[in-house]
Design a protein around this ligand. Sequence first.
Ligand SMILES: [Zn+2]
Length: 767
Amino acid sequence: MAIDAKVKQPEWQVPVGPPTELKLLNTLTKTKTTFIPITPRKVTWYCCGPTVYDAGHMGHARNYVATDISRRILRDYFGYDVFFVQNVTDIDDKIIIRARQEYLFSRYAKQHPVMSVDIRSKIAAAFEMYAVKNLPQAPSVGGSAEFAEWAKMVNVAEEAKMNPKFTMHFTALKTANAVLAGGAEAADGASSTELLAAAKDVLILLLDKEEGASVRDPEIFRDLPAYWENHFNEDMRALNVLPPTVTTRVSEYVPQIVKFVEKMAANGYAYEAQGSVYFDTASFEAGGKHVYAKLQPWSRGKADLIDEGEGSLSVKTAADGKKSPFDFALWKASKPGEPAWDSPWGEGRPGWHIECSVMASEVVGSQMDIHSGGIDLAFPHHDNELAQSEAYHECKQWVNYFLHTGHLHIEGLKMSKSLKNFITIREALEKYSARQLRLAFALTQWNNALDFKDGLLSEVRTVESTFSNFFAVVRALVADEATAVADGKHIPQRYGSRERQLYASLTQAQTEFHAALCDNLATPQALQILVGVVAKANVYLAAARAETSVQAVAEVARWVTRMLRVFGFDSREDSVIGWTDDTSPPGATAAADGASTASVEQIAMPFLKVLSTFRDDVRKKAIAKAPYSEILSSSDRVRDEYLLDLGVALDDRDDTQSALIKFVDKAELQRAKAEKDAKEKEKAERKARAKEEEERKLRERMNKGKVDPKTMFTSQTSMFSQFDEDGLPTHDAEGAELPKSRKKKLIKEYELQKKLHTEYLQRQEAN
Ligand SMILES: [Zn+2]
């Protein structure tokens, strides 16, 4: 978004109250401003929720997880009571179109289960309509050689640069074209399912045009958003996003919306035209009491943004009755085929922006601390929301802090279906765990653009294993010490110079961590501080060895665990050290949850099997008087195979201490082992290849070595005529004596062959 430096935002009013240490990047000032809540210790927060008509994608994941982290920090670190309201947009032009098209398509498919002339001509008509409307440069006769020829010649990548929707339309037409061309093969009476599915994208436009207006059953417009709302909630649960304090659904607030619009009209800020009601931006600003477009004054009048905000079913001609192109719809008259509610202006439905103003006002009131959403919502959605609410409440500052999450890119590119880099939340969760995704988001400042790329993911893995390894070591040390105490050992309390230094590092990390969170909730810095203090503790462990103060390292681990929990990385239930096992990636099991209800036998059996197998093995070897190396390899197998599969790592220590038993993430261990195995396999293969090469060279040498050096030249009579007693040539074929330099070269060849031949003879003899 280009920002015109001459266009200034209106002055922001500093909230009344005692200032806090916390600073937040406020879009209303575009600077970090000191956070002052309306009521001390309390935060009211409204967050724009999803428009539910399709699967959530990585952009949603980033926005809602980043918001969740910020919300948790305010609640669990700064100790505020956070009242968090989030809406569900279940009335929207995109929903209406999608619901109607899906309904009409499945009805058509049900009515036309088998192939017929009817279906073919319908698809052909749909093809023509789609092509003329969306890709006028394409031949509009479906199933034609002309189209196929054009599709072959067209430069898709070039076209897509000029028209971002080109690839989508091109794919739809190409698929339908193939169906029409091949349609003759499918005999009348055969099932039409496949053919209709392939032509769906072009067919639904025609069906909607012809029959859309006849769709009146409100159920149709409720089922689709209800399905996707559940889907969204499941995604949020999988991402460990806290549920809102209050959820508001637009379809349940229509009467309140009507009243809200009525009051705005009564205040003189709204007017009716052709059954729709619009916000009057001119009268809103007249008198200087209010300012429109506080967030992005430089975006005022940007027709493309305003149009998009109005929705694709809105009338957008000069005849729409709007007084100014800046005005926007509060209430839309519903045409046939669109869901409708009664209102003083006739049957209609709420506009997009008004819903958030009404629901937030209903739940939170005439003023709130924080309003948040993705940065793409700043204009016109949030600016319109502010205008509506300030017009309704007749107040100057409805929202004190507007927080906007940055964009998400995939490998540097905007995510889009036509670029084929579109990732849904479910797809992402098949590849990465919820913890890895949350780490990726926390490693980027919430308001900055996030590039989801390999570099970030490898950073995620490094940070993840740094914490996991540290927690496993400390948990094992704590358990080890507890066993020693239970055995009656008296553990010395240590506070020497090494411990003093470690505690000082912890205190410093805590101070820096606090400063990072106060500075606009800087989670990337905060995470690095946690990684840093873990590194210090690891240095301590390496130095202290058998004289480790478990109390000191456990203190570091507990603090890091607590701070990670603040960011939404849940802690283990069985101890206060470490995060939960990462159960969402592929191959994970629910062992952590099942453990609490399982019987002793169920829990102990796999471990006892290891013990018993080892005993059998060692016993057999002892009876057979096997060499000690075989007994050692049995004990290695316990560590490297059996226990690994159970998520247990044994770390050998010096001779004075027994091995350290660490319970670690099984999936992580297995990944590490698979990596190690793959490396060893590669090494073995390289070695085998080298050996093969060596053998090939030997065979080549032996072949050459068969020739006796004494006969190697004497057969070459076309080149030489006389030889000495060793078979070395002295005269050329013409009888002239060979020059000295030539003789020298031949002697060299001779000596080489002599060596090869000797080796050959020796090997022959040896064999
Ligand atoms: Zn909203």
